[in-house]
Design a protein around this ligand. Structure first.
Ligand SMILES: [Zn+2]
Length: 136
């Protein structure tokens, strides 16, 4: 995958592109939190920045403020398993996301949340080339 080659640090990026990138992350999940499915209001670093997590697509997921704040510096899968909204499909989706397999991640999310992502899948497929451009 093209996304493997890319390392984008926010400091190296013009602010506008950072904003576009953040928006594109929200768009992928249909603007829903990857953890609980509520509206995503923020971008969560899966591996916290305080522990060396980078601001790259593989490490940044759309999250609601509640999950983002609650997770804090905890290890993501440990934290997630303890949540009452835990869903193994979402857990797999997060795993796929951090592995850089966004397509698989979105398919799993669609499985976990069919109604919200129903129409997004086709859009995402058609946008694969855009996606490659953004991260290449
Ligand atoms: Zn959430």
């Amino acid at each position: 995958m093209h996304s493997r080659d890319a390392v984008f640090l926010e400091d190296l990026w013009p602010k506008l592109r950072v904003r576009q990138w953040r928006q594109s992350l929200h768009t992928y999940t249909g603007k829903s939190c990857i953890y609980c499915g509520k509206p995503s209001e923020s971008i969560d670093h899966v591996l916290p920045r305080s522990r060396g997590g980078l601001s790259i697509t593989e490490n940044c997921v759309p999250a609601c403020l509640s999950c983002n704040g609650h997770k804090s510096d905890a290890e993501v899968f440990d934290w997630y398993r303890r949540q009452r909204f835990y869903d193994p499909r979402r857990s797999m989706a997060i795993r796929a996301w951090v592995d850089g397999d966004l397509r698989l991640a979105l398919r799993l999310l669609q499985w976990a949340q069919p109604t919200q992502l129903e129409t997004k899948e086709t859009t995402t497929k058609n946008k694969d080339s855009d996606w490659a451009l953004q991260v290449a």
